[in-house]
Design a protein around this ligand. Structure first.
Ligand code: OGA
Ligand code: MN
Length: 325
């Protein structure tokens, strides 16, 4: 059943019928339920780049318990900040990237974006762009053994840890410690096959997934591949939390397609100059945050996301109180 849906939405031609895809921009869609957050005063101090918590649109899918969807709680500047971190900063050594030593020089593997920017050959550049498919942060997942280990671990970016903690708190999901992340890069037309994420020692802590750039169709099924999955659109800024019953459910990305609207390029006057620059309370890169409002600075990143989707998938690896693997 899962496979059938995957094949259906993956099809290049004829273009499949999207009328069963849950669209959170269409609030009358059947099978989704909006819920409110009780917002207490601590959320007045919102992480820069996020809209105020009281304005977030949060949903559940009626027959997919445990799954939470938040429709783009990011400001345009916030979206640009996280995209730039994913494109420019996160794929740098000692973080691990998928680029093969057989195909790329060590300098490309160590600092992919810098090499990409300085590459003058059009074909090489194209090759470098489509080859970049993932970066891992914190505990690096070993894709062969499907394990994490203390030997394969680097410092987790503190800005991304704060972002995840902020969501966990705002959604009343309890204490959260972001310890591993996979940043996925999806050129339009690429897919991610059905799988479950079960390598973490703590399989109860939720999984936070942040989507930026072009639009995806996301499938979320049950704990077996026999169950027919629900399909939903994931657009730039959307947040999916796989908590509780949905934590170990099959999911996939059968399609990445061009977005209708580029919300990351749409700076309405209210967000033109973000309320205040980040204060010391937050570990954001203040200079980068400010640069993201500058079209010249943004231009190469804008080109990158013009035909790509980025997904940040954050996990807590250790159980509460556990100090190491
Ligand atoms: C993953 C994952 C989903 C997405 O990285 O494990 O499920 O939306 N990503 O890209
Ligand atoms: Mn996954």
């Amino acid at each position: 059943m899962f496979k059938d849906s995957f094949k259906f939405y993956k099809a290049k031609w004829p273009i499949p019928d999207f009328s069963d895809v849950l669209d959170f921009d269409n609030c009358t869609a059947k099978g989704i339920k909006e819920f409110g957050l009780d917002v207490d005063s601590i959320y007045e101090d919102v992480l820069p780049g996020l809209k105020p918590v009281y304005s977030w649109k949060c949903y559940e899918i009626v027959d997919r318990p445990g799954l939470i969807f938040i429709r783009n709680p990011f400001t345009p500047q916030g979206q640009r900040y996280w995209m730039t971190r994913c494109i420019r900063d996160y794929p740098k050594s000692p973080n691990v990237v998928n680029l093969s030593k057989k195909l790329f020089s060590q300098s490309v593997i160590d600092d992919w974006w810098n090499s990409f920017q300085n590459c003058s050959d059009k074909d090489d550049k194209r090759r470098m762009k489509v080859a970049m498919r993932w970066t891992t942060l914190g505990y690096h997942h070993d894709w062969d053994s499907k394990h994490y280990s203390e030997k394969m671990k680097n410092k987790f970016p503190s800005d991304l840890a704060q972002l995840s903690e902020f969501f966990s708190k705002a959604l009343h999901l309890g204490k959260y410690s972001a310890e591993a992340a996979i940043v996925n890069y999806y050129p339009i037309g690429t897919t991610l096959a059905g799988h479950t994420d079960h390598s973490e020692a703590d399989l109860e802590a939720p999984l936070f997934s942040f989507s930026f750039g072009q639009t995806a169709i996301f499938l979320i099924g049950g704990t077996t591949k026999e169950e027919k999955p629900a399909a939903l659109f994931l657009r730039s800024g959307d947040v999916v939390v796989m908590a509780k019953e949905s934590r170990l459910c099959y999911h996939a990305v059968p399609r990445v397609m061009k977005a209708n609207l580029e919300s990351w390029n749409d700076f309405p006057s209210v967000y033109k100059c973000e309320i205040e620059p980040p204060t010391n309370d937050w570990d954001l890169d203040t200079q980068l945050f400010e640069n993201c409002a500058d079209e010249n600075f943004w231009s190469p990143f804008r080109q990158f996301v013009n035909d790509s989707r980025i997904n940040i998938n954050v996990r807590q690896v250790l159980r509460e109180g556990q100090l190491s693997l």
